[in-house]
Write a protein that binds this ligand. Structure first.
Ligand code: ADP
Ligand code: MG
Length: 261
């Protein structure tokens, strides 16, 4: 099959809960290799979009293609699932497994890989995120920041022995929410490094301006179930669009009001 130039292609994607259309006929195209930020106020449905793309939930209506393949099942039920990696807002490591087991989880499925080789690949990924000699520790023996790095290492791990059809799609949900500006910069550097290493496409969901501006090429603004604005990072910085303006400057008056959420 010819490889699609779109990492993600969504048409009329909708999801509703209890009669509320959280996502209302969204169209989205992400070119292979592109880096997109999805922004919008809390509760606008950003995490929901990532969960649909990651195959954790199914949309109520609409069509989703990832690397050209139509997605109709949840990811666990799928044959040949696409290579989509979601980095959750909290590190979501498995508490009873060692760091090496957490990071190497994906490779265990491949019975052709020796324990020694898996260990080597795990250590390489941990080194990429600046972590050394922690593979035998349990998650609760590490600081929050280190756990976050481990979750990035887990997103980086690749089974080189498989003939990867496509490059990975990396999804980051609020990677810098609640962090101080310096910690945020470190995580933003890590996102860029992870993206470069994985050599794929990415979607970052965030409301932190530095994160949006430092990690992405283009921006989609989500509000009230619809994308209200789309543009490049440069346009996002200069735009006088009422949604973008209100979001950037945290204005109370503007098109986005609590009653609509
Ligand atoms: P964001 O990530 O932009 O803050 P979410 O995607 O988490 O927003 O949620 C969007 C809306 O959908 C919210 O109003 C939330 O309460 C609702 N929602 C999210 N997940 C569920 C669910 N599993 N069941 C019911 N409502 C949900
Ligand atoms: Mg969210």
């Amino acid at each position: 099959m010819e490889k699609s130039k779109h990492a993600v292609e969504a048409k009329n994607l909708s999801i509703s809960w209890g009669g509320v259309n959280v996502l209302n006929q969204l169209n989205l195209k992400l070119n292979d290799g592109e880096k997109l930020a999805i922004v919008g106020p809390s509760g606008s449905g950003k995490s929901t979009i990532l969960k649909i793309i990651a195959g954790l939930i199914l949309p109520t209506k609409g069509e989703l293609r990832i690397f050209g393949e139509k997605q109709i099942y949840l990811r666990l039920d799928q044959n040949n699932p696409p290579d989509v990696r979601l980095v959750f807002q909290n590190p979501a490591l498995l508490g009873s497994l060692t760091i090496a087991e957490n990071v190497g989880f994906l490779l265990k499925k491949n019975k052709n890989l020796s324990k020694k080789l898996i260990h080597e690949i795990v250590c390489e990924c941990l080194a990429e995120v600046g972590l050394f000699n922690i593979e035998n520790k349990l998650p609760n023996e590490l600081s929050g920041g280190m756990q976050k790095r481990v979750s990035f290492a887990r997103a980086l791990i690749t089974d080189h022995t498989l003939n990867a059809k496509t490059k990975p799609l990396l999804l980051f949900d609020e990677p810098t929410a609640g962090l101080d500006p310096i910690a945020s910069s470190r995580i933003e550097d890590l996102i860029n490094k992870t993206n470069n290493k994985a050599n794929g496409s990415s979607i970052v969901v965030s409301h932190v301006l530095s994160t949006i501006e430092r990690t992405s090429d283009k921006v989609l603004m989500l509000y009230g179930g619809k994308f209200r604005w789309a543009g490049s990072i440069d346009e996002f910085k200069k735009s006088k669009d009422p949604y973008v303006f209100q979001f950037r400057y945290g204005k109370l008056d503007g098109p986005m009001q609590p009653k609509d959420i």
